[in-house]
Design a protein around this ligand. Structure first.
Ligand SMILES: NC(=O)c1ccc[n+]([C@@H]2O[C@H](COP(=O)([O-])OP(=O)(O)OC[C@H]3O[C@@H](n4cnc5c(N)ncnc54)[C@H](OP(=O)(O)O)[C@@H]3O)[C@@H](O)[C@H]2O)c1
Length: 321
């Protein structure tokens, strides 16, 4: 089968299109004929091997040669212990080990897969799993009228966070590079801040919820931007800050009832189904920046590595059977 192959960490030119044997599903796995795979910030990190947490399980080289964690496709075969899916079913989801999706076929346990709603294309469905599930968890408990700030809102996952926060009735401030301001307003932000122009963490007692997709500030700084009772959730960012937030976050701002935490998003079919229901109902939509064919996966990685994407970059895989 054709597959995108990444043998080492580096810039987008380390990946190439090659041939690998078609995977054979184990007893507890399904074989998916991939129709589309979307890229996330985590795929950019897994390509570069930075931040350091992206090397967990593969210190010197990627633990699995094929990148890509979010897929949509058609079940081609099932292992003998799989009862819930059958060949021909249209499915989508995040792959258990976060890799393997940028290929014509991938074998994976079915626990994280959901049935693709008929009204969604494979490209749309592939754009949902990781970013939709992050946004679903990051906005749980947001109430009408809350002031929500999304830091790093212009990339793969931000549009879902902004969209869900707006759906819940929040006033949303979105932060990203200044030239993405029009895009941020287009996806529903009430206010857009360019990170080169203004530091949102200087705003005192302003936000009920901060969702930080690209954290690089100390927990003792970010808590000041929260209102009493507010929550700061670090989703991604620098390893040093991740550790500092894990260790010192609970103490930062605790006296004012503020909570500063790392948000660990579980891989969950229930969450995927919940956020997809909201997509099908029209409450929120995946924002697709560009679609590339598998043969141009390198260009897709260049796009996310450059930060020029506004929303999700998706790689389409032509049916091979
Ligand atoms: N917590 C969990 O359980 C969990 C699970 C899965 C994934 N993750 C993590 O979640 C993150 C998801 O982010 P994503 O997919 O949306 O990433 P992304 O596509 O890389 O988006 C990040 C955005 O932040 C912008 N940015 C860069 N520097 C910034 C700054 N100083 N201030 C504000 N914005 C800045 C980038 O723009 P420019 O590049 O143009 O500057 C880009 O638009 C990843 O780090 C991933 O590893 C966490």
């Amino acid at each position: 089968m054709r597959a995108v192959i990444q043998e080492r960490y580096g810039s987008p030119d380390v990946i190439e299109l090659g041939e690998l044997p078609e995977p054979v599903p184990a007893d507890g796995e399904v074989l998916i004929e991939v129709r589309a795979a979307s890229l996330n910030g985590s795929d950019r990190e897994n390509l570069a091997g930075s931040p350091f947490y992206s090397r967990i399980g593969g210190l010197r080289r990627p633990r699995h040669p094929v990148p890509g964690s979010d897929v949509a496709g058609v079940v081609a075969a099932v292992g003998s212990a799989v009862g819930e899916f059958a060949p021909g079913d249209e499915v989508f989801g995040e792959l258990a080990g976060y890799r393997g999706g940028l290929a014509e076929y991938v074998a994976t346990p079915p626990a994280l897969l959901a049935r693709k709603p008929a009204g969604l294309s494979f490209v749309e469905a592939a754009a949902i799993p990781q970013s939709g599930c992050i946004a679903y968890r990051a906005t749980l408990g947001v109430r009408e009228g809350d002031a929500v700030l999304v830091n790093g809102a212009g990339g793969a996952g931000g549009a879902f966070v902004v969209g869900l926060a707006k759906h819940l009735g929040a006033e949303v401030t979105a932060v990203d590079r200044a030239d993405k301001a029009d895009y941020l307003r287009l996806i529903g932000a009430d206010e857009a801040i360019g990170y080169e122009d203004e530091d949102w963490a200087d705003h005192r007692d302003r936000y009920d919820r901060v969702v930080d997709l690209i954290g690089h500030r100390s927990p003792f700084r970010v808590h000041r931007a929260l209102r009493p009772g507010g929550r700061y959730l670090m989703v991604g960012g620098r390893t040093r800050i991740l550790l500092a937030t894990l260790l010192a976050g609970p103490a930062a701002g605790a006296r004012a009832g503020k909570r500063v935490r790392v948000l660990a998003v579980p891989q969950s079919r229930a969450d995927l189904e919940a956020v997809t229901e909201l997509v099908v109902a029209g409450a929120v939509a995946p924002v697709i920046d560009r679609v590339y064919p598998l043969a141009e996966a390198g260009a897709a990685f260049e796009r996310i590595a450059s930060g020029r994407n506004r929303g999700k970059v998706v790689v389409e895989v032509p049916g091979s059977r």
